[in-house]
Ligand binder design. Structure first.
Ligand SMILES: [Zn+2]
Length: 230
């Protein structure tokens, strides 16, 4: 199966990005990766090697800087060890993950819980999944502490805290459960995406998800153009 799509609309999107902001593009079910977008990413972004539990990977440079700044702050201010267990993922890897999940839980489950290869934001190197462990708790008790955190609902509170700090470095929680209909993805408190500080702050304050925010900017841009012509 070929997972690289050529979407006609894509060319327009790329043209828009020149004026909008290069970090404000969307990879989703509705906007899968195209050959054009692939080439455009390679030309416009710098990628740095990065290793996590899954092995060697990479991250876009500004995303990596924001990620490291965030984990340092979480450690210093809250004694939380935060790290990523999934950053850039190739289309082939996503295909493998999808297949494994479909075999384990069935095709329907996989469809609603795992991004179809070519539609995952992890293909961009601008997104990663975070996890945390309380570093003040001795190593031997950490697993137990994690269970308690999960059971008592503290997990979502901690992710909300991470989100609040992440915004200061240009990172947004990409998939809020309240925006499922717009993003097409179930709530994922752990999935973060780099968009730049200014945009992240505006999105956080307004409660808009990336799709809504980009749509609004595009509308404003259109209005400005019309005003200029008039
Ligand atoms: Zn993710």
């Amino acid at each position: 199966m070929i997972y690289l799509y050529v979407v006609e609309k894509e060319v327009d999107i790329m043209e828009n990005k020149k004026e909008l902001d290069k970090y404000l593009f969307i990879v989703s079910k509705d906007r899968p990766l195209s050959l054009e977008k692939h080439a455009w990413m390679k030309k416009n972004f710098e990628y740095v090697p990065y290793t996590d539990e899954d092995g060697e990977s990479c991250m876009e440079l500004e995303t990596y800087k924001a990620y490291t700044a965030l984990i340092m702050v979480m450690k210093k201010k809250y004694h939380l060890d935060v790290d990523s267990h999934s950053a850039w993922r190739s289309i082939a890897t996503q295909e493998k993950v999808y297949k494994e999940m479909a075999e384990k839980y069935g095709e329907d489950w996989a469809k609603s819980h795992v991004a179809i290869p070519g539609t995952s934001e992890h293909h961009t190197g601008l997104a990663f999944d975070l996890r945390f462990k309380p570093s003040i708790v001795p190593e031997s008790l950490r697993e137990r502490a994690k269970q308690i955190i999960k059971k008592t609902g503290m997990q979502s509170k901690i992710f909300a805290l991470i989100e609040k700090e992440a915004v200061k470095f240009g990172l947004i929680k990409r998939y809020d459960s309240s925006k499922e209909e717009i993003t097409g993805v179930k709530g994922e408190a752990w999935h973060f995406r780099y968009v730049g500080v200014e945009h992240a702050k505006k999105m956080y304050e307004s409660g808009m998800c990336l799709e809504e925010y980009v749509r609004e900017l595009e509308l404003k841009q259109k209005e400005n153009k019309t005003t200029r012509v008039a």
